[in-house]
Ligand binder design. Structure first.
Ligand SMILES: Nc1ncnc2c1ncn2[C@@H]1O[C@H](COP(=O)(O)OP(=O)(O)O)[C@@H](O)[C@H]1O
Ligand SMILES: [Mg+2]
Length: 317
């Protein structure tokens, strides 16, 4: 089997994607697979064909890339690939659409509103519906880009930056508490959760000058064991499996939560279709807690996709 590890993304996520690819490529080679690393560029399909690619390991992230775009191209060309298909990836990459689905299917998510650039420009932002502090987010960004914490009226002007990423944007109730995440991998078509972990922002990148230590959204986390009541963990696992199913995610995804200090309840923030897969990333950290090595995790994701592609070939025959 010849595997192409394809990486790239919007400027905000390109570096992270290339780094993921390097580690994934290394792990696959150690497993004995023939691999090559290919940047996502215009002539991607030609390059994949020249390389006689059997399957693509998708590392591409962000808008115009891992948001269903590369998935649609590969589906059209009939090239098998890891992770969610184009439809699921597009849904998942839109935080507004994901939150609509979460609410519709009983997955608790922070209170939110949509805000258009026009309404913001006309002063029609109504933070009293959400309350301060709140979070302003670009729905199609990831990796902690296009996100700002608005603590009070004076900080409302920070919302303007978020419109440089998307319009409309999402404004969301700030959940004071800790960040947790649950990875889901597909085993024989069944979504299985990895251990829930707490993500702790890496010290050196955290500005701790704020008395309340409000988060600075660095996107860089250390993995810690989730020391929470069993019920809260079970709720996150349920919500994660459900989010995986209702969005149509495939092979592997990661669902992010805040657990509120106030009521002790988990609130789902988002689902990631192309989660970070460096050995020190959150999902591999969870796998390690389940006794799975990095290599085993990467190979399991690959084989989940490969088996499906083989089944669909048999169906066509
Ligand atoms: N409503 C919220 N309340 C508290 N913290 C939040 C909230 N939304 C996001 N965060 C923090 O910001 C980080 C990034 O937000 P997230 O919605 O997961 O976007 P992305 O990871 O795609 O950038 C989260 O991991 C969390 O630490
Ligand atoms: Mg996140």
């Amino acid at each position: 089997m010849r595997i192409a590890v394809v990486y790239g993304g919007t400027s905000s996520e390109r570096n992270a994607s290339a780094e993921n690819a390097k580690y994934i490529d290394g792990a696959l080679r150690e497993c004995g697979y023939e691999t090559c690393m290919i940047p996502y560029e215009k002539d991607l399909v030609r390059t994949l064909k020249e390389q006689r690619t059997d399957i693509v390991f998708v590392c591409v992230q962000g808008k115009g890339h891992g948001d269903g775009t590369i998935q649609a191209i590969l589906e059209q060309e009939g090239i098998p690939f890891t992770g969610s298909g184009f439809h699921a990836a597009a849904i998942i990459n839109d935080k507004i659409v994901s939150k609509l689905l979460f609410e519709r299917f009983g997955i608790r998510t922070p209170k939110w509103r949509i805000l258009t650039g026009k309404d913001y420009g006309e002063g029609l932002i109504l933070p009293e519906q959400i309350g301060y502090p709140f979070v302003a987010k670009a729905p199609s960004e990831g990796g902690s880009f296009g996100i700002a914490l608005i603590r009070n009226e004076k900080e409302l002007e920070k919302v303007a930056d978020i419109f440089s990423y998307d319009d409309p944007i999402l404004i969301e109730e700030f959940i004071e508490g800790d960040f947790y995440t649950v990875g889901v991998i597909e085993r024989d078509g069944i979504p299985v959760t990895l251990p829930c972990v707490r993500g702790v922002e890496l010290e050196e990148e955290t500005e701790n000058d704020d008395p309340k230590k409000l988060k600075v959204f660095t996107g860089a986390y250390a993995v810690r064991e989730a020391k929470l009541p069993r019920q809260a963990v079970a709720q996150m696992e349920d919500m994660a499996r459900k989010a995986f199913r209702i969005t149509g995610a495939e092979d592997a995804a990661r669902i992010d939560f805040m657990v509120s200090e106030q009521d002790g309840l988990p609130y789902a923030l988002e689902i990631n279709a192309v989660p970070g897969l460096k050995p020190r990333s959150l999902l591999p950290g969870e796998a390690a807690m389940a006794g799975m090595s990095y290599r085993e995790l990467i190979e399991e994701i690959l084989l989940s996709a490969w088996k499906k592609s083989e089944r669909s070939v048999h169906k066509e025959c």
